[in-house]
Design a protein around this ligand. Sequence first.
Ligand code: BGC
Length: 465
Amino acid sequence: MRIYPILILIQFALTKLPTNFEFGVSTAAYQIEGAWLEGGKSLSVWDNLVHSGAVIDNSTGDVAADSFHKYPEDIALMKEYGIKNYRMSVAWARIIPHGNKGTPINMQAIQHYRTQFKALLRAGIVPYVTLYHNVMPANLYINGTGYVDPDFPDDFAYYGEVCFEHFGDLVKNWFTFNEPWVQAISVSGTEEDLKDKPYKATHSILLAHAKTVEIYRKKYKPIQQGQIGIVLNTEVYYPKDPNKQSDIDAAIRGRTFQLDWYAHPLLTGDYPELMKKIVGDRLPKFTDEEKKLLNGSMDFYAFNSYFPLLAESEEYTPIGFNRDRAAKFSKDPKWRISDMDWGVYARSFYDILMFTHNTWLKNTNLEVYIAESGTAVKEPDIKSALNDMLRIDYLQTYMEEMVNAMNEGVKVTKFFVWSLLDNFEWNSGLSKKFGLVRVQYDENQKRIPKNSIAWYYALIKDFGQ
Ligand code: BGC
């Protein structure tokens, strides 16, 4: 076992964290599982994408960290390092290969995940399961439909229900979608399509979420006694020049067209007024019944926020999302830059927590979950990976700002580090390293714990957990 040598002098050692505060780690199926052609799984959109050469380093998730086979090692590592909460996702294309509502369930996948959940529970680790972490069965994406297919909400709700039915005795914490905003703005199509496609995609994802939550709450929650929510994401927007009104407005639009677009309907039942005004008829409308379903469709508020941006006003020509948001973004030269080329500025974490609290959460009982927090560090070899001080610094400073927000009333109760393992980082392939544990891809996916996991262990122990 790796021991972190330095005494932890973190501010929140002084703070009394609530007794329900817990630490965990996060992963996602496509990013770590591999086994792309095993266990009765069908092809997913990402399988097809990576095999069309879309990824920078030409890597794929075909094997990734091979956690489909090596999950017992992952569980052993978590146990060794005192980690008691594991956020993972299940793969839709494994569980319902065809994707659509009513199509057959792949019992091999059900067995596989049940064995994994049981192994987690035996090790004293609580599973937090995301149904949809960015990856759709390819069959649902024929002709680029996917989210905007009118059947998408029902297909998704069917998938959700299959998971509740088959895993709900073991899994008590569910997230419907991970970062739906990223999905909605990545839709492709002609210029004509893109006038409103991100708005239609968001609308459909929100309805899919609300339907699935309704099913869980009505049919499964009373028996299974679990909880369900969604993981939102947002950058933290600041005006480039705080004294310039057009920059202030651009920062507000940046946030509104990302966080508020989702948080507002989920916490109040409808889209933000500013979006209605700017997008007009291209923004779909909810019926009164849908508004009711959406409003409060989460048992906790979970989100990810990785980096800040400076905003200024910008005009774009084609009608669509960019023209509506009318902002361009840059980085403050004072920010350190991570290996993802993202600014590192811990105070932004405090700012976004406070904004969310003051805008939507302070009059609710919702606990806040940080579903992911972490940073990519350049680690070309094992030696550099072992000594990942920049990751420790990132996590420590972000957690300190979280504690500052908690001291002002924000009810954070869970913090999941992204990520347990180095993994397949979407368009950046295997080249970016987010793990507390290195995965040596050329040595049969060997796991090598970095200093950061030893630091995390010491921190968790410090809190008597
Ligand atoms: C996603 C992860 C991703 C991480 C780092 C989040 O947006 O949920 O899948 O790996 O950020 O980019």
